[in-house]
Design a binder for this molecule. Structure first.
Ligand SMILES: [Zn+2]
Length: 128
């Protein structure tokens, strides 16, 4: 079965926002990052999944959606991290719905997946 493209795939095609390799370049002031994202379905069916990111495994603009029927989906963690880093926060959480759509027969509906992200960021000391 062909995998549906994710929101991150579209961004990479458009060369916008954070690609996987650009996190370190975008945020050189970050010394360490610990980001966990929990994805779970709103209803009883579906897969519960955890994602873990660090500077060695940096996140993209979107965390992927575990729903195999989800098209163009994911959760936008790049904007949350960007705001956190801009404010020099060390702890932050963000919750939201998948931005994708799920094909049900001939129709589409909103993808019924919720995401919860928790981040801990440490910063390099400022230049004097
Ligand atoms: Zn989804």
């Amino acid at each position: 079965m062909k995998k549906y493209p994710s929101a991150q795939d579209h961004l990479q095609e458009a060369n916008l926002f954070l690609g996987k390799t650009t996190f370190l370049k975008a945020y050189p002031q970050v010394e360490s990052l610990d980001l966990t994202v929990e994805a779970h379905p709103i209803g009883p069916d579906g897969e519960h999944r955890f994602y873990r990111y660090s500077l060695e495994n940096p996140p993209g603009e979107f965390c992927p959606c575990p729903n195999p029927r989800c098209s163009n989906g994911g959760f936008r963690i790049g904007i949350f991290l960007g705001q956190m880093i801009f404010d020099k926060q060390t702890q932050g959480t963000s919750e939201g719905l998948c931005v994708g759509r799920e094909k049900t027969g001939r129709d589409y509906q909103m993808c019924p997946y919720l995401f919860k992200a928790e981040a801990t960021v440490r910063y390099k000391s400022e230049e004097p």
